[in-house]
Write a protein that binds this ligand. Structure first.
Ligand SMILES: [Zn+2]
Length: 141
């Protein structure tokens, strides 16, 4: 299955490729300056209660909480950023503002580097092993 995505939601050139961290990842297709917006993540708007229910049901999900009440389920999104893997030493971060989820570069990123964010606290509650490979790896998500 070819991984296609909506290029109108990415601000930089990216490629989706197999990642040594987990499954597929998002890779920089150009050199990216620190602070630059990488792209948007959109999806189905749901309640946090529904997000928790879906997380309990399991599977490969991309859920982002917007507020104590609302969440976005990007699991079936057409946006490349939904493939962004976790790293304990990330080169990007998620910003939630006005109900919009954007990804921003935390430092200069070289062409070919995998884009990563720190998922922080997840619905895995510390039961998912981390394979990010960073010296500062916390080992569990
Ligand atoms: Zn890690």
């Amino acid at each position: 299955m070819a991984l296609r995505f909506d290029p109108s939601h990415t601000d930089v050139a990216v490629a989706l490729k197999r990642s040594r961290i987990d499954g597929y990842g998002v890779f920089a297709g150009e050199a990216i300056a620190s602070g630059r917006r990488l792209g948007l993540l959109t999806g189905e708007s749901i309640t946090v209660a529904e997000a928790r229910r879906r997380a309990q049901a399991g599977g490969r999900l991309m859920l982002v909480e917007l507020s104590p009440a609302r969440a976005i389920d990007a699991s079936r999104s057409q946006d490349a950023m939904r493939f962004t893997n976790h790293s304990c030493a990330p080169n990007a971060r998620i910003q939630v503002e006005h109900g919009e989820i954007s990804f921003l570069a935390l430092r200069d990123i070289a062409t070919g580097e995998e884009l990563t964010v720190d998922y922080g606290l997840t619905h895995h509650d510390g039961r998912l092993a981390c394979h990010c490979g960073a010296p500062s790896c916390r080992h569990w998500l």
